[in-house]
Each structure stands twice: as C-alpha cells, then as structure tokens.
Design a protein around this ligand. Structure first.
Ligand code: F6R
Length: 332
C-alpha cells in the first residue's frame, strides 16, 4: 500500500479499535506512557485523552525511566510498532526490574516477546507498514489499554466520532479536508513549514504535521504552541526578514474548543505575522471529543505531507537517513 493509501485508511484504523477484546488490568493510580517517534505520537494521544480524566498520566521518551516511578509506581504502557526500539526496550526493562504494572502495544518484535514472557496485557497491532502509517491502530490500542487500566472512560464513542469525521474529510481522496491538505502543500512547497497551534489538541496535531513533513516529504518543519510562543518566538521574526520571507511558510491549526484567551492569542499572532511571514493557510479542528478534533487536524496534515513529497518527486515511504543513523548507532 502506498503512503497515501495508508493516510486514507485512517478512519478504518481508528474503527479497528472498536472490536478489540477488553484488556482489564489492576486500576492504575497513575500511568506513564513510553514510545518514540510515530509510536510516541500514539503515547501522546493517550495522554491527551487521559488528561481530561482523574488519573495522572505522563509521557516519557528516552532511556530508562524517570526516578519518580520508584515511588509512585505508575502503570507503564509501552508503544513500539517494530517492538525493537532501543529506548522503549530500555524503559520496559527498567519497568520490569522495578516490578511496575506493564501493558504493551506493538506489531511484534522483542516487545511482543517480553509482553508474553511477563504476562502483560498486549495489543498486537497490524504490521507490514511504517510505524507512522499505523497511528490510528496504535492510538486506538493505547486508548483501549488506558480504559482497561481504569484511566479513561470507554473511548469507543470518541473513536467512532473521530473515524466518521476523518472519513468525511478525506473521502476517497476527494473530500474537502483532502483538498485543503493538497492546497496547503502548494503553499508549503520549497519552504520550511512553521506550524502554530494552541496547546493541547492543536499542538499535538502540529507535532504530527512536523514529523510527517520531516519523514514523508524529507523536508524541514517546525512546530510551536500558544501561549508559549507568545513569550519568545514571535520576537524573533522581525530581523532576518528577507531570509524568512523567502524560506518559510506558516500553517495555523486552530481549535474552537481551545481556551478563549488562547484563541485571541491565535488571532493576534496571525495579524502580527501578516506581511512578515508568508502563510500557506489554516485548518480548523472539527468534532466534540478531543480525539476527533485531533484527528481532524492530523488527517489534513498527513495529506499535505504526502502531497509535498509527491510534488518534489520524493517517495514518502522510505526513511533512509533514520535507518542509516540507527545502523551507525548499532555499531559495526
Ligand atoms: C517511522 C517512524 C519512526 C518510528 C520510530 C520508533 O515510520 O515514524 O519515527 O516510529 O523510529 O520506532 P517504533 O515505532 O518501531 O518503536
């Protein structure tokens, strides 16, 4: 399947989560999600949804685990599509050393074996695709594990809402969201993308936009969130104007459910940057649940990243630099 076919498959991936068997584990008093790259994005989706609940949830992306886990003993949810990512395996090793409750999302690999060895709840996602192309499967699996640990309510209504909205947006490559993604790609062509969004749903979507442009289009992209960027980044756009006007294009992701002051900040930031930085355009989140609003923004960005690649004659699927780097790290 091509990368664009994977993008169009997103609603089906989210719906796949509806039929998963319940994976009940001991109710968690806190949850720590671990995962890198595309899989780390699914971990962050889990935190975003859990943040509206009562169980404290954090994401950790690195080796080992933070020191505080020895005291608070969170339920660790590890996400790795390949099941072989060294940072995630290192976190899982630490979790098992400390005897922390563990759940796993993977398409197999070493992580799948560990889950079987220690009898951890394990959701096996379909394999045979790039990790970033499996975000719908991974996110749905993470949410069902969070539900099983008592950290969130039944996520199926939100999964259905997200799938329905994305399905309308994308159509079969002819929906309004698909066309918007293609238009935004036109505005971003040959430029460095700077994606601005409100904290929360918007900024998580902006990170996905950034990573998808990096990995699919093999182009630089940066993301930042409001209100934080109003405390530093906007001061930096005035001086190198000739360079930035030539090299950059902005995309604004907006969320009607964001804090009213953040929405005002967004409008003021758009006005401030008008005439200073070229803008490719904006995307407005749709839906009631945070999950639906998130995926409504992600779907448009996924399209834009693949169209950007296609326009530049780049194959969106392989990631030769990341692979070569991993091999260097593994040593001779
Ligand atoms: C590749 C991709 C990467 C991987 C990351 C971690 O498509 O998106 O960012 O997700 O290198 O690998 P996994 O997901 O196998 O743990």
């Amino acid at each position: 399947m091509s990368m664009m076919e994977r993008v169009l498959e997103l609603p089906d991936q989210l719906r796949w989560g509806l039929d998963l068997e319940p994976q009940t584990s001991k109710p968690a008093s806190s949850v720590l999600l671990v995962g890198m790259g595309g899989s780390g994005m699914a971990a962050r989706v889990g935190k975003l949804v859990a943040d509206s609940g009562r169980v404290q949830t954090a994401v950790y992306q690195g080796y080992g685990l933070p020191a505080w886990v020895a005291e608070s003993k969170p339920h660790v949810i590890a996400v790795s599509h390949s099941g072989n990512t060294e940072e995630t395996l290192s976190s899982v090793e630490r979790a098992t050393d400390l005897g922390l409750p563990l759940s796993v999302v993977a398409a197999g690999g070493r992580l799948g074996d560990i889950a079987a060895d220690v009898g951890a709840p394990f959701i096996e996602v379909p394999g045979g695709m790039m990790p970033r192309a499996a975000l719908g499967y991974q996110s749905a699996a993470v949410l069902r594990l969070l539900e099983g640990a008592g950290a969130i309510a039944d996520p199926r209504p939100a999964l259905e809402e997200a799938a329905d909205i994305v399905s309308v947006l994308l159509g079969s490559g002819d929906g309004a969201g698909f066309r918007l993604g293609a238009d935004l790609a036109e505005g971003l062509a040959g430029r460095i993308a700077v994606i601005y969004a409100p904290a929360g749903v918007g900024s998580l979507a902006a990170s996905r936009w950034k990573a998808q442009i990096n990995e699919n289009a093999k182009m630089p992209a940066y993301a930042n969130e409001m209100p934080e960027l109003n405390h530093n980044e906007i001061e930096g756009w005035g001086t190198l104007r000739e360079l930035t006007q030539r090299a950059i294009a902005t995309v604004f992701l907006t969320d009607p459910a964001a804090h009213e002051r953040v929405r005002l900040r967004m409008r003021l930031t758009v006005d401030l940057l008008d005439g200073m930085l070229p803008s490719a355009g904006s995307v407005v989140a749709q839906g009631r649940s945070s999950l639906a609003r998130l995926f409504s923004l992600i779907a448009v960005g996924d399209v834009a990243s693949v169209v950007l690649a296609e326009q530049a004659g780049i194959d969106p699927t392989p990631i030769p630099v990341l692979e070569a780097f991993k091999q260097k790290l593994a040593g001779p």
